[in-house]
Write a protein that binds this ligand. Structure first.
Ligand code: FPP
Length: 244
């Protein structure tokens, strides 16, 4: 179980503490080059690695990446299989880098939907990096915001039925302790690539006060300079959280 222990990263004030990313456009990147979609995903995995390294360097504390949504199960079997193989390979080959970079790895979503080999790689990466104190990298896998809220409601109801919770005491803060993300602060900045202006069922509860930054760049082309551009835009925003 992750704890809320303070991170040891030295984050300058203009750097968002928690960055969430909707990594979109792998398919279009491949199509534009006459390549199979799976090649777009392979290059997308390289962009993941670049972004993790950049976040470590820039002092981000939490990075949540939307890697596979609940809706992505509707894709052709061959594409799902390719994505799962990429994920498995990523977790196996990048574990040493994560250990060297002091990255703590985490995952959210209905993880038991994933193939057994991916679940094993996930659990190994989570366990091996559990005591790291730098960037927390959270992969959203078989993740849907509505599904997470439904799972949170079920968890609340269980606590009420078992007599641990008085319904009159339920507040947004109490509810958020029943979400997959209960250990971490909400994202400050949401980045979406490939120009779409949609949330796509990502962190529906947690993004309530996040700043949005959208780029036309496709995910496989995304890198440190784009992150820096997003952070510069974030630093210019005035966040009032509903106040004046
Ligand atoms: C969107 O592109 C991206 C995804 C569905 C999954 C994201 C996966 C990766 C970045 C690669 C593997 C990840 C890891 C962590 C190893 P799309 O296929 O929807 O693109 P399109 O909208 O252009 O078709």
């Amino acid at each position: 179980m992750p704890t809320r222990a303070a991170s040891t990263t030295n984050r300058p004030p203009a750097i968002p503490r928690h960055v969430a990313v909707i990594m979109d456009g792998n398919g279009r990147w491949a199509r534009e080059r006459g390549l199979p979609r799976t090649e777009g995903h392979r290059r997308g995995a390289e962009a993941v690695q670049r972004s993790v390294e950049a976040c470590v360097e820039l002092g981000v504390e939490f990075l949540t990446l939307y890697a596979f949504s609940s809706e992505n199960w509707k894709r052709p079997k061959s594409e799902i299989q390719a994505l799962m193989t990429l994920l498995d390979r990523f977790l196996r080959t990048k574990l040493d880098d994560m250990l060297k970079q002091n990255v703590r790895f985490q995952a959210i979503g209905r993880l038991t939907d994933l193939p057994g080999s991916c679940q094993e790689s996930l659990h190994r990466a989570i366990e091996r990096t559990a005591t790291n104190t730098g960037l927390t990298l959270i992969l959203a896998l078989s993740y849907g915001g509505r599904e997470e809220i439904v799972d949170g409601v079920k968890s609340l109801l269980r606590h009420v039925q078992e007599g641990h919770l008085d319904p009159a005491m339920i507040t947004p803060e109490v509810f958020s302790k029943h979400l997959y993300t209960r250990y971490w602060p909400d994202p400050d900045l949401l980045i979406r690539t490939s120009g779409e202006l949609r949330l796509s069922n990502f962190l529906l509860w947690q993004l309530s006060y996040a700043e949005f930054w959208v780029t036309a760049k496709l995910w496989p082309d995304f890198g440190k300079a784009d992150l820096e551009e997003a952070f510069a835009a974030f630093a210019r925003r005035e966040r009032r959280f509903g106040g004046i």
